[in-house]
Structure formats: structure tokens, C-alpha cells
Design a protein. Structure first.
Length: 319
């Protein structure tokens, strides 16, 4: 049942929910609470898919994508392909608070972060080194590129390889085995219906360097508008970002849809074109109603997410 305030986030990232909830209890704004929740996941390396030491790209480097949005002012701060800095959502917040810009990327985003006083450190860990060397040892060409895959029947890394353009039917692109790749997306609704949203992820394993997913893109990875609601996504960002599902869901809620129906409409819109995509969306409205929808994930029939509101007074797992 709806009640305010509300924290809702993707997956079973309970400590992130708890961090955002206790920030709210201590009087933080929804925006600060959303940042606190995502920061917690970055520190804990939630599922290996948030923060440092996960999803090495095809050169072995971990880079981070994050965004934060204030639904009162419609301000957004975002970073993508962030190198060397662990607190990606903190850097996104610094973009919002200390620049007139919305989105900084790559090496320049890292230099900005370092100038702002964020610690510069190696994001590589033994785990990311292992993932990378395992992938290298399969002796495949980078399978994210059109035309260069040497043998369409060869499968390496967690991606379905793309067939060579001229050697038979093209396979469905971008299907990522996301069994262990789980972005945090969080929506926080304040006591008076103020909406904030944030995301943080290390993206997709073995990605082509420079690849940016949906998570840092406003309207794709998350969206917040205090006159309608908030939404946040997880899943195959390469596909999902083509549909701006978070924006669509918020607009559905503005038009009167329930959060569950809004989530479902946005997921269905993608499914109509990519029946096998993996992805999920969480939605919340300004009165504290919430819901979620997902498309299939091998081995999973439901999409877990966390909720904390005035009634639960702490994190509760929902499916
Ligand atoms: C991305 N959407 O970079 C992210 C990955 C993810 O669950 O959410 N995995 O495409």
C-alpha cells in the first residue's frame, strides 16, 4: 500500500535501501537519500555490477556510469565512462551542483572529478582481472563489433556474438547474459511527494571501450518529475536506451496510469521490437504508490526489488 516517504530500488540491494531510508529519517532530502543509497552500492560493489572491480571492457578496464535527477527542479547530473573514481554517483551530483552542465564523459569526467577532490585510484581488482583474462583466453575477437567476429558459431564472453554482416542472417544484437550484472536504480519520494532518482553501474562486461549504457541517460536509466513520479531501469542498456522507458513510464503516470501499469507499458513497448531482451523497470508515483515490470531473464521468473516506506519502516524485498 502507498505511503510516504518511499525508497524503492532495483534488485535485492538491501543495504542501499537502508542507507537511503536512514538518510531520510535523519532529515536528508530525497535527492541526498538517493545519492546515499547508490553510494552504498558503489562501496559494496553490489553484485559486482555496481562500482569498481566489475565489468571490465575489452581492454580490461572498469569504467562507471551514473546519474542523479532532481524531480523538483528537473536538474540532472550524469557521468559516463568514468575512470579511476569509485564514487560515480557522487561525481554525477557534483556535475549537477557545481557546473551548468548535465553530462560529462570519459577521461574529461575523471579529470573534473579529480579537480573536485574525488580520490583517484585503480578500479581494477583481482575479480575484474580474472573476468578479463578468462575472456582473453577464449581467443575471440571482440564480439561487440559488426564485421570482425571471426566465427559466428564461436561464443565468447557473456554476449551473443553478432554474425558477420555478409555471412548469413544477422543474429539478435546485444543480448547480454545479465545473471550477475545488476545496476542499482533508485527512486526516492519525499513526504510531500518530491521525487528524486539515481543510478549507478559499471555497465556491460567486455564492452567496446567508450560504450555507454542506459543508466546515465535521463529518461532511459531513470527519470524523476515531482509533478508525475519516478522510474528507474536495469537490464540490457544497449537495447533499452532506444526506448527511453523511464521517461515513458513517468509520462504514463502523469496521464493517470498506476505505477505497475506504467512500468508494464514501457517494458511492453520494448518487447514488441525485441521479444528476448532482458530488462526491468521500477516505478513510483507522488503519493507513494509503486510497482515494477520485467521481461524475461534466464532462470528467473520474477524481478526482485526493495521497498522501504512509512509502513515498512525499513527495507522489504518485493517480487
Ligand atoms: C547497462 N543497464 O549498462 C546497464 C546494465 C544493467 O542489469 O542494468 N544490468 O546496460
Amino acid at each position: 500500500p502507498a505511503s510516504l516517504p518511499l525508497v524503492i530500488n532495483t534488485w535485492h540491494f538491501e543495504n542501499a535501501t537502508a542507507a537511503a531510508w536512514s538518510a531520510l529519517q535523519a532529515g536528508s532530502s530525497p535527492l541526498d537519500a538517493a545519492q546515499a543509497g547508490c553510494t552504498r552500492c558503489e562501496q559494496e560493489q553490489c553484485d559486482g555490477s555496481v562500482g569498481f572491480g566489475g565489468s571490465p571492457d575489452e581492454r580490461g578496464e572498469t569504467t562507471l556510469d551514473a546519474m542523479i535527477m532532481n524531480g523538483d527542479t528537473m536538474e540532472v547530473g550524469a557521468v559516463a565512462n568514468l575512470r579511476r573514481v569509485k564514487n560515480a554517483v557522487g561525481v554525477a551530483r557534483a556535475v549537477m551542483d557545481y557546473t551548468d552542465h548535465t553530462f560529462l564523459v570519459g577521461e574529461s569526467a575523471s579529470v573534473f572529478a579529480e579537480d573536485m577532490g574525488f580520490k583517484s585510484e585503480d578500479l581494477t581488482t583481482n575479480r575484474s582481472r580474472d573476468i578479463f583474462s578468462q575472456w582473453l583466453s577464449q581467443k575471440c575477437q571482440p564480439n561487440y563489433r559488426k564485421n570482425v567476429f571471426p566465427d559466428p558459431s564461436m561464443s565468447c564472453g557473456p554476449y551473443t556474438p553478432k554474425a558477420k554482416l555478409h555471412s548469413g542472417p544477422r543474429r539478435k544484437p546485444g543480448l547480454i547474459d545479465l545473471r550477475s550484472h545488476d545496476t542499482i536504480g533508485m527512486i526516492v519520494i519525499g513526504q510531500n511527494g518530491q521525487v528524486a532518482a539515481a543510478t549507478s553501474t559499471n555497465g556491460a562486461t567486455n564492452k567496446v571501450p567508450g560504450r555507454v549504457g542506459d543508466s546515465p541517460v535521463a529518461g532511459a536509466g531513470a527519470y524523476a518529475d515531482s509533478s508525475a513520479g519516478g522510474a528507474a531501469a536495469t537490464g540490457s542498456g544497449d537495447i533499452m536506451m532506444r526506448f527511453l522507458p523511464s521517461y515513458l513510464a513517468v509520462e504514463m503516470m502523469r496521464a493517470g496510469a498506476s505505477p505497475s501499469a506504467a512500468c508494464k507499458t514501457a517494458i511492453t513497448r520494448i518487447k514488441e521490437r525485441y521479444p528476448d531482451f532482458f530488462g526491468a523497470l521500477i516505478c513510483a508515483n507522488t503519493t507513494g504508490g509503486y510497482g515494477a515490470a520485467c521481461n524475461k531473464r534466464p532462470g528467473f521468473t520474477e524481478f526482485p526489488f526493495m521497498v522501504s516506506n512509512a509502513q515498512t519502516n525499513g527495507p522489504v524485498l518485493q517480487k
